[in-house]
Design a binder for this molecule. Structure first.
Ligand SMILES: Cc1cc2nc3c(=O)[nH]c(=O)nc-3n(C[C@H](O)[C@H](O)[C@H](O)COP(=O)(O)OP(=O)(O)OC[C@H]3O[C@@H](n4cnc5c(N)ncnc54)[C@H](O)[C@@H]3O)c2cc1C
Length: 448
């Protein structure tokens, strides 16, 4: 149970722990902070801030720190609730307490032969990801991860503990799934799990001499790909670090990574690519769900990441060639990784009982990122991000997947005007004094 002595201030070790972020580009500097380990802590912290007229902010891992607005004057709550992940294998459900990274959900579900709708990194917090929609490694088969939330337990500004679902406060249940945050502190979610009897996953890398052919073949395959396969195409300019496999250093490589829920479908993709040229590294194999969070080889350690994101319409071979020209050999690109994440399939379908964000109306998600000191100065990385943005401009939908938005300076948008108004009405009901206003996404661009 929290007493006011547990609230930490700048200079305290507990403050440093509560405010730590994965993306060091944007350190969090709230007036005060605490790591809450139980519901009572969260309620007491909300009350503490409320009587002082402070805003309340929430984060867990700080993976989205770059997209957070200033926390000056606010109280930051980092909810790391005890209890662990609970799996109900018969009902194929997981109850996930706040603060849980996806790796813990995956490890709890895997012994039951069940997988969770996680993304490319096991270190990402399950709740922040789900509230932002969640583009899963199984996404084209399952749709947005938020569509698999059964219920959300949260504490709102009035200190009430609510459990919202399709049956209980469906309006708030709708808004909290992709509506942009600022509704309260989520203490747990319950989500669907799913069986994966015929799972193949991995990443294959080719040296640059094969880039044009591999990328072209991958792109042509995406035009008719089955929903069972979700992949990404990356151009990677990897630094000379000990943890990077030697065959991936010394020049750009292209990578096709992902997950297939049918081994035959994986072969249809990979066999023609392997015939183009032998990959310098190929980890695609049959596996269990516990191996999937590692296939993308995302960074596990905090770092300074500067990047950009767009949702693209059909780029055609022309758009793909532009991306290679801007980021491949000879481009001088300081971006360590640029990615085209395959969308479509069920990601493009509105789930009947989905949340405020329940589909992505685009063909590919573009992400690009550089790491200052490893790949260029911040100014060089930003400048190159702008050049890539301009080159891909003809295919930019103007929309974004909110979890992928990297900073406050980039346009973002994922809700219609009517949905923005509906979300605002829900916020005004559950947080009339705007206690959580700072966690709302004020920059949301209204999609026409
Ligand atoms: C390496 C990497 C890989 C990624 N891969 C994917 C991917 O494959 N697919 C995808 O869709 N996204 C991906 N993302 C984006 C990720 O989903 C978002 O950054 C997400 O917001 C991270 O959630 P978090 O809780 O870890 O981050 P945090 O920065 O801690 O939280 C982000 C926001 O979520 C909200 N939030 C978090 N916890 C709570 C809570 N308990 N109560 C209320 N609000 C809360 C807050 O508004 C907070 O500002 C990736 C990000 C990184 C850095």
């Amino acid at each position: 149970m929290l007493d006011t002595a547990s609230i930490a201030f700048p200079g305290d070790p507990d403050y440093a722990a509560a405010t730590s972020v994965f993306n060091l580009k944007s350190p969090a500097h709230p007036a005060a902070a605490l790591t809450a380990t139980c519901v009572a802590d969260v309620r007491a912290a909300i009350s503490y801030a409320s009587v002082r007229g402070q805003g309340v902010r929430v984060h867990t891992t700080g993976h989205s720190a770059g997209a957070a607005t200033s926390m000056t004057g606010d109280l930051l709550i980092r909810p790391i609730l005890s209890g662990g992940v609970e799996i109900d294998p018969d009902r194929r459900l997981a109850r996930i307490p706040a603060g849980t990274p996806w790796s813990a959900v995956v490890q709890a579900a895997a012994p039951h032969g069940l997988a969770a709708p996680h993304g490319t990194s096991g270190t990402v917090g399950a709740i922040g990801y789900l509230l932002h929609g969640g583009v899963s490694l199984y996404g084209r088969k399952l749709g947005l991860a938020a569509n698999h939330i059964r219920s959300v337990e949260l504490i709102t500004a009035d200190g009430h503990v609510r459990c919202v679902s399709a049956a209980e406060d469906p309006e708030l249940f709708w808004a909290i799934r992709g509506g942009g945050g600022g509704f309260g502190v989520v203490t747990a979610v319950e989500i669907d799990l799913f069986p994966v009897p015929d799972l193949v996953a991995g990443a294959a890398f080719w040296s640059w001499e094969h880039a044009e052919a591999v990328v072209g073949a991958w792109y042509d395959w995406t035009l008719h790909a089955p929903d069972e396969v979700s992949t990404s195409l990356r151009v990677m300019n990897l630094p000379d670090l000990p943890e990077i496999p030697p065959m991936l250093k010394g020049g750009p490589v292209v990578c096709v990574a992902g997950v297939a829920l049918a081994a035959a479908a994986a072969r249809d993709l990979l066999d023609p690519l392997r015939k183009i040229g032998e990959p310098v590294l190929d980890t695609w194999q049959e596996c269990g769900p516990e191996a999937v969070p590692d296939v993308h080889m995302d960074p596990d350690e905090p770092g300074t990441f500067i990047g950009d994101h767009m949702l693209l319409a059909e780029p055609g071979r022309e758009g793909i060639a532009e991306l290679l020209r801007m980021t491949g050999a000879g481009s001088g690109s300081p971006l360590i990784a640029v990615e085209l994440r395959q969308l479509g399939g069920r990601l493009a379908e509105a789930a009947p009982a989905g949340g405020a964000l329940n589909r992505l109306d685009a063909r590919l998600a573009y992400m690009g990122a550089g790491v200052p000191e490893l790949s260029g100065t911040p100014a060089e990385i930003i400048e190159h991000c702008d050049k890539v943005r301009a080159a891909l401009g003809p295919w930019d939908t103007g929309q974004t997947a909110p979890g992928f938005v990297k900073g406050l300076d980039r346009p973002r948008g994922h809700l219609s005007e009517a949905d923005v108004r509906a979300v605002e009405r829900v916020r005004a009901r559950v947080d009339p004094d705007g206690l959580f206003r700072g966690d709302a996404m004020p920059e949301t661009v209204i999609v026409p």
